[in-house]
Write a protein that binds this ligand. Structure first.
Ligand code: WT7
Length: 689
C-alpha cells in the first residue's frame, strides 16, 4: 500500500512549474526587513548554541528573567525573531484581568521566521525527515522545498477564499504536507486549528462549528501501524453539519481513490497550479496564530488561542534550552501534530531554530518494539522526546529490542504528558540512554505554549532527579497555594500549582469565550495563572507534579474532561444520569470509569445498553475516551444541593473505600454502601471472566 510516489513525487510535480526550478535564488520575503539586534539565532552557525542568549551564565539569565522580565524578553525577541517592525512595548499584561499581550506594536510573519530566513542562508538544509509508517521509507524535505510547498498551499487557500483571520481546520496525521498546511495558514494570516486525526466525526464537527472554519484540509487515508484509516470519510460525515465550510482540500497519502464531492479539491493538483511564491502577510504580534481544542473540567472542549510573536519566541527558546538543541542536530519529537507538543516541538520551535525535525507517523511497536530505536539509529537522532505511556509499554519487552540498535547519536532524552513513574524513568535513562544522556521530564500544557518546568536549562553538570520536572524555565515563577488561596512558602510543601508572572508563550484566550478563559485560569487565585495541577516543592526548591486537581483525566497523555464523557453517555435514552472518574491503569496512566444509572425498563438488556454506551462515546468523542469500566448503579452520591460527589466515586473505583473521607454532606449516606456493594459484585464478575 505504498503511497502514490510520496512527498518527492509531489515535489517533482511542483518543481516542473516552479520558479526555483529555473534556478532563481530565494530571498526572504518582504516581511524580512531585518532587525538583527545582537547575535542571531541558530540558523547559520553554532555560536549561540552553548551560550543561552549572549554571554551570560544560566544563573545570571534566570536572575535577569525574574528581576527584569522586560529586558530579558525584549532582548530575546530582538535577538531571536525577524521583525518587520520593532515592538513598542515588551508586554502589557494583567493577570487579574486575564489580559496578556506581548511585543505590542511589533509586526512579523511566523512562516518567514520558520522558513525564509533559513532557506535564504542554507536552502538545502533538511527541515523535515518524515519517518513514515513503513520503516525504512523516510523522506527528507529541505527548507527550500518546505518553503515552496508552504507558499503553494498558502496560494491554494487564497484561491479558495481564505483571508487573514479566517479559520482553517487541519484533520491529518503528521506529514510534510500537514506541516506546510500549518505554515501556509501562518503565511497568509489564517488561523489553523489542527484536530487530532483520532477524533470522531462528531468531535471534528463540534470543533469546526465552534471555530467557524471556512476550509478543511485532510487526506484520503491515514496509515498507522500498518492499518489504513479513512480520514476523508470522517471529514465527509463531519462537514454535513458545518455550513461554514466552503471547501475541503484532500491530500493523497495512499493510492486509494476516495469519492470526491462538490466541496472537494485534490490538494496536490491545486498546489501544482499555484505559484511557488507567496508574499507573507505582515502580522501583528498579537494576531491569532492558531487555536487548539483541549478539554476542561466542565463543558465542551475549549479553543485555546495562541498568538504570533510571543508563542514563537517561547517555543524556539525552550526548544533550544530545555532539550539542549545545537545547530545541526536531528530533533526527534514523536508526538502527533494534533496535540500542542506537535505544534511547539515538531513544527514551530525546531523550525524557528533552523533544526531538522523528525515527523514520526508510526507507533512504538510497529512493526516490532524496536521501532523507536531502529529509527534513532537510521536517522541519527540527537534529541528524543516521547511520552511515559510509550515507555511503559516498551519496558515490558526484552531489552534486546533496544540494545540491538546503535543509540550513540542520542544526547538528550525527554518525556511529557503525564507524571513519569520511577520504573519508566529508570528504564528510559539506563537502558535506552545507557546512563549517558540527561533525561528531562518536561511539565507544560496546551495553555502554556511551551515547557515551563524541566530539569534544563541548568548550570553545566547540575543534578537531575528521577521523575521530577524540577526547575522553572526562564521567566517562570511557580507558586503553590493552599485551599484558602494562600501562598505556601519554602520547601516540603504541596499545593495548587500556579504561575505568578506572565510569559510570552501563555495562551491569550478561549476562542469566542474570553470570560471562560478568565474564570478558568485567573479567578481561582487572583493575580496568578492557575494550571489545574497539583505539585510538591522539595526542600531544595525542586518541583514534582502530582497530577490534576480537577475533573480532567489523562489517558496515555491525552487529556479528557470527564464531563464530556458524561454528556455522551447521557444522550442515551436509557441513561438518566452518569458520572465518570479516572482510575489508574498500568500502561495508559489513567482510564475512564463510568458509573451509570439505567432506566428500570432497560435493566433487562443491560449488556446491550452498555455496548451501545461504549459506541456512543467512540462516535461522540474518540475511541480512546471509551470507559474501560461500566458500573450500573441505582443512584449516584449527591450533596443536598444536588452536586455529584465524584470524590467518593473515585475512591470506590480506586478501591480505597475504607478511606472515603467526609460523607456528612451527602443527601443520603446509605448510597455509599450501595455503590460499594455494586462495585464488589462487578469486581468478582470481571475477575471470573
Ligand atoms: C496536562 C496538560 C504539554 C503537552 C502534553 C499535554 C499533564 C503534562 C506533565 C509532566 C506531570 C504532566 C498535566 C497538565 N502533564 N506534562 N511532565 N508531568 N504531568 O498537554 O493535553 O494540555 O495536558 O498534562 O496534568 O496539566 P495537555
Amino acid at each position: 500500500m505504498a503511497s502514490r510516489g510520496g512527498i518527492h513525487a509531489l515535489l517533482r510535480t511542483l518543481r516542473r512549474t516552479s520558479s526555483y526550478a529555473a534556478g532563481r535564488e530565494i530571498r526572504p520575503g518582504p516581511a524580512c526587513v531585518l532587525l538583527r539586534l545582537g547575535a542571531r539565532a541558530l540558523s547559520g552557525d553554532a555560536a549561540l548554541c552553548s551560550r543561552p542568549l549572549s554571554g551570560e551564565t544560566h544563573a545570571e539569565l534566570l536572575e535577569l528573567s525574574h528581576r527584569d522580565p522586560d529586558r530579558f524578553w525584549g532582548r530575546a525577541a530582538r535577538d531571536r525573531l525577524t521583525w518587520d517592525r520593532d515592538f513598542e512595548r515588551v508586554q502589557d499584561c494583567d493577570l487579574q484581568q486575564g489580559r496578556i499581550r506581548w511585543f505590542v506594536g511589533g509586526k512579523l510573519n511566523v512562516s518567514v521566521n520558520c522558513l525564509d530566513v533559513h532557506a535564504a542562508r542554507d536552502p538545502n538544509r533538511v527541515a523535515l525527515i518524515w519517518e513514515k509508517d513503513e520503516p525504512g521509507t523516510e523522506e527528507r524535505v529541505t527548507y527550500r522545498e518546505l518553503l515552496e510547498m508552504t507558499c503553494r498551499i498558502a496560494n491554494t487557500l487564497k484561491t479558495h477564499g481564505v483571508r487573514k483571520g479566517d479559520r482553517v481546520a487541519i484533520y491529518m496525521p503528521v506529514s510534510p504536507v500537514a506541516v506546510a498546511a500549518m505554515l501556509g495558514c501562518a503565511r497568509i494570516g489564517a488561523v489553523h486549528t489542527v484536530v487530532f486525526a483520532g477524533f470522531s466525526s462528531d468531535a471534528l464537527a463540534g470543533r469546526i462549528q465552534d471555530a467557524q472554519c471556512k476550509v478543511v484540509i485532510t487526506c484520503n487515508q491515514g496509515v498507522r501501524g500498518g492499518r489504513l484509516i479513512n480520514l476523508k470519510a470522517t471529514v465527509d460525515a463531519a462537514v454535513k453539519s458545518c455550513p461554514t465550510v466552503k471547501s475541503v482540500l484532500v491530500a493523497q497519502r495512499t493510492n486509494h481513490s476516495v469519492p470526491m464531492g462538490e466541496l472537494d479539491t485534490p490538494l496536490e493538483e491545486a498546489m501544482a497550479r499555484e505559484s511557488a511564491e507567496c508574499p507573507p502577510e505582515v502580522m501583528d504580534s498579537e494576531d491569532m496564530l492558531f487555536m487548539l481544542y483541549t478539554s476542561g473540567s466542565t463543558g465542551k472542549p475549549k479553543g485555546i488561542v495562541h498568538t504570533q510573536a510571543g508563542y514563537l519566541l517561547y517555543a524556539a527558546l525552550t526548544h533550544q534550552h530545555v532539550f539542549d538543541y545545537s545547530a545541526g542536530d536531528v530533533f526527534g519529537c514523536v508526538a502527533d501534530i494534533g496535540w500542542i507538543t506537535g505544534h511547539s516541538y515538531v513544527v514551530y520551535g525546531p523550525l524557528a531554530n533552523g533544526a531538522t525535525s523528525v515527523l514520526f507517523e508510526s507507533t512504538p511497536v510497529y512493526p516490532d518494539p524496536g521501532r523507536y530505536w531502529e529509527t534513532v539509529q537510521r536517522l541519527r537522532i540527537n534529541q528524543f522526546y516521547t511520552a511515559p505511556t510509550a515507555i511503559r509499554l516498551l519496558l515490558k519487552y526484552e531489552e534486546s529490542w533496544v540494545k540491538r540498535y546503535d543509540r550513540s547519536s542520542l544526547k538528550t532524552l525527554a518525556s511529557v504528558g503525564e507524571p513519569i513513574n520511577n520504573e519508566a524513568w529508570e528504564w528510559f535513562y539506563h537502558v535506552v540512554g545507557e546512563g549517558r544522556c540527561p533525561l528531562v521530564d518536561t511539565w507544560w500544557q496546551t495553555e502554556t505554549g511551551g515547557v515551563c518546568i524541566a530539569p534544563r536549562p541548568a548550570e553545566e553538570g547540575a543534578e537531575i532527579r528521577p521523575a521530577m520536572a524540577m526547575r522553572p524555565f526562564y521567566g517562570i515563577q511557580p507558586a503553590l497555594m493552599n485551599e484558602k488561596g494562600q501562598i505556601l512558602p519554602g520547601g516540603g510543601v504541596s499545593g495548587a500549582l500556579c504561575v505568578g508572572q506572565p510569559w510570552p508563550g501563555m495562551a491569550r484566550s478561549i476562542f469566542g469565550d474570553h470570560q471562560r478563559f478568565v474564570d478558568a485560569y485567573f479567578k481561582p487565585y487572583p493575580g496568578y495563572y492557575f494550571t489545574g495541577d497539583g505539585a510538591h516543592r522539595t526542600e531544595e526548591g525542586y518541583y514534582q507534579i502530582t497530577g490534576r486537581m480537577d475533573d480532567v483525566i489523562n489517558i496515555s497523555g491525552h487529556r479528557l474532561g470527564t464531563a464530556e464523557v458524561e454528556d455522551a453517555l447521557d444522550e442515551h435514552p436509557d441513561v438518566p444520569e452518569s458520572a465518570v472518574v479516572g482510575v489508574s491503569h498500568e500502561l495508559k496512566g489513567e482510564v475512564p470509569f463510568a458509573f451509570v444509572v439505567l432506566k428500570e425498563s432497560a435493566e433487562e438488556n443491560q449488556e446491550d445498553v452498555l455496548k451501545e454506551l461504549g459506541q456512543l462515546v467512540a462516535t461522540k468523542i474518540a475511541k480512546y475516551a471509551v470507559p474501560d469500566h461500566f458500573l450500573v448503579v441505582k443512584r449516584l452520591p449527591k450533596t443536598r444541593s444536588g452536586k455529584i460527589m465524584r470524590r467518593i466515586l473515585r475512591k470506590v473505583a480506586m478501591e480505597k473505600a475504607d478511606g472515603l473521607g467526609d460523607t456528612s454532606t451527602l443527601d443520603d449516606p446509605a448510597v455509599v454502601s450501595e455503590i460499594v456493594q455494586a462495585y464488589q459484585r462487578y469486581k468478582s464478575r470481571t475477575a471470573k471472566a
